[in-house]
Write a protein that binds this ligand. Structure first.
Ligand code: FES
Length: 151
């Protein structure tokens, strides 16, 4: 066991866990931030995507103990002051989710992408989102919502 401090959604959180525990399981099991989902555990599906210092990252692949001092944002922390992030608003407008399981990861990927490329082409959106798998195949609505959020 090791002890360390993580900054998650703007709050310092004290953690005691095995040294190798992935961030995904710290978020879900220790901090009860269950919006971040387990899909594959091997970096292939994107369901576990969170932001590390604003960049989309797969939390199943990151050792949490190595993230001290970094800003970790989960889907629970994306809205600010009770105002939804523009990507969340666009998701509502386009009624994107079907089963909903992959949606937190999709939204976190889209938010990070649009922060870097606020006026993307359709091809750029598809390229940016293509690593986030949706088993309901809601890809058309996802692409439309990302385009709406970019406006
Ligand atoms: Fe992390 Fe699939 S659970 S990429």
């Amino acid at each position: 066991m090791v002890s360390y401090t993580l900054k998650v959604n703007g709050k310092e959180r004290q953690i005691s866990a095995d040294e190798d525990t992935p961030l995904l399981w710290i978020l879900r099991d220790e901090l009860n931030l269950v919006g971040t989902k387990f899909g594959c555990g091997i970096g292939q599906c994107g369901a576990c995507t969170v932001h590390i210092n604003g960049q989309a990252n797969r939390s199943c692949l990151l050792k949490a103990a190595a993230l001290e001092g970094m800003e970790i944002t989960t889907i629970e922390g994306l809205a600010t002051d009770d105002t939804l992030h523009p990507v969340q608003e666009a998701w509502k407008e386009h009624d994107v989710p079907q089963c909903g399981y992959c949606q937190a990861g999709q939204i976190m990927t889209a938010a990070s992408f649009l922060a870097e490329n606020p006026a993307p082409s359709g091809d750029e959106i598809r390229q940016a989102m293509h690593g986030n798998i949706c088993r309901c195949a809601a890809y058309n609505r996802i692409e439309k919502a990302v385009a709406t959020a970019a406006k």
